[in-house]
Design a protein around this ligand. Structure first.
Ligand SMILES: [Zn+2]
Length: 344
């Protein structure tokens, strides 16, 4: 609710993990809402309209803002901003003079553009321009969290989740790559590079086959010294010889799945991408030759969708994730950092 007047500003919502693709949309494309209905997430890092050049702030201040390598700009907006689906907002009105955007909507460049309908305080920012996941971002100082009166639902354990329901197809019906995949894969690659401390690593076969050079081109060059393997709930237990495990992030807590034993490093992957690879579901039988007999209705499987171009990771998602990992400061990653951590 509004911290100023107590007006109810959202429908009842429960907390889930901040999606990894939150700040990374596809260039000049309209996007669906970031959040599922009746959910909210919190961004622990500074975000929003205020940015400063990296060298203006200084290295220590950059690190406190969550940036650990040279970056073109460092965010200085509020920490702990709260994101909801636009459809879950209540009793807020647009502030017309704050509604600038690039071309097809509002991009929030002037700060909060939604006012509380009760008292007129600026409380939130609506984003819906092209290149942005549609969202309403509530300012943490302008709102208060109050119990909805609905019974609290405990956080499900890994074995209580319907994992297959989280899978996100990599290719849309029109043959374009999923925007979520184009952002989530480079975020995971940045974590993988840090987990491997800059050593060349081979991706699991199905991942390398689907994503091709577009993904492997971001990894340290050279003959693979390490092997990454998919691991997680419902999969065979990791082997003691595994080097790095690609594991899902919990959809509610955002925490990476951890193997019950072993010391392999883990690189977290968006559960939507992980579930596609790890739980392929029902597979099509081989197509039969000849014709279907007269009077028999076809019930065979549609062919899997094929993308119309090769996979292109969201480069800003990669470099921004990389500079936000404290591990990027390690000497072992210096050569890699100088080549790949292009200032976002
Ligand atoms: Zn108010």
């Amino acid at each position: 609710m509004c911290a100023g007047c107590g007006a109810e500003l959202t429908a009842p919502v429960s907390r889930v993990a901040l999606p990894v693709h939150t700040h990374y949309g596809a260039w000049e494309q309209l996007h669906p809402p970031l959040m599922e209905p009746a959910t909210y997430a919190v961004d622990p890092l500074p975000s929003g309209a205020r940015w400063r050049p990296s060298d203006e702030a200084g290295e220590d201040l950059d690190a406190r803002q969550g940036v650990h390598a040279p970056a073109r700009s460092v965010p200085f907006g509020a920490r702990g901003r709260i994101v909801i689906a636009p459809g879950d907002s209540r009793d807020m009105v647009l502030i017309p003079e704050k509604c600038a955007g690039y071309c097809r909507g509002i991009d929030g460049r002037d700060g909060p553009n939604l006012a509380c309908g009760g008292c007129g305080s600026a409380v939130a920012t609506r984003l819906d321009d092209c290149g942005l996941w549609q969202a309403v971002w509530l300012e943490p100082d302008a709102v208060r969290r109050v119990p909805s009166g609905l019974p609290a639902v405990p956080t499900p354990d890994w074995d209580e989740l319907d994992l297959e329901s989280y899978a996100v197809p990599p290719v849309e019906l029109d043959g374009s790559w999923s925007f979520r995949w184009e952002a989530a894969v480079p975020v995971a690659l940045a974590h993988l590079v840090a987990a491997c401390e800059g050593r060349p690593v081979a991706l699991p076969g199905p991942v390398a086959d689907l994503l091709g050079d577009g993904a492997t081109g971001y990894l340290p060059a050279g003959p693979p010294a390490l092997t990454a393997r998919l691991a997680g709930p419902g999969m065979p237990a990791p082997r003691s010889t595994d080097d790095v495990l690609l594991v899902p992030r919990h959809p509610v807590t955002g925490e990476p799945w951890r193997p019950p034993h072993g010391t392999a490093a883990v690189a977290p992957l968006d559960i939507g991408v992980w579930a596609h690879f790890a739980l392929p579901g029902e597979t099509s039988p081989l197509p039969a030759s000849g014709r279907v007999p007269e009077g028999v209705l076809r019930d065979d499987y549609p062919l899997p969708l094929r993308p119309w171009r090769s996979f292109m990771p969201h480069s800003t998602a990669f470099s921004r994730t990389l500079v936000r990992l404290p591990a990027i400061r390690r000497p072992a990653l210096r050569a890699y950092r100088e080549r790949f951590a292009t200032p976002p």
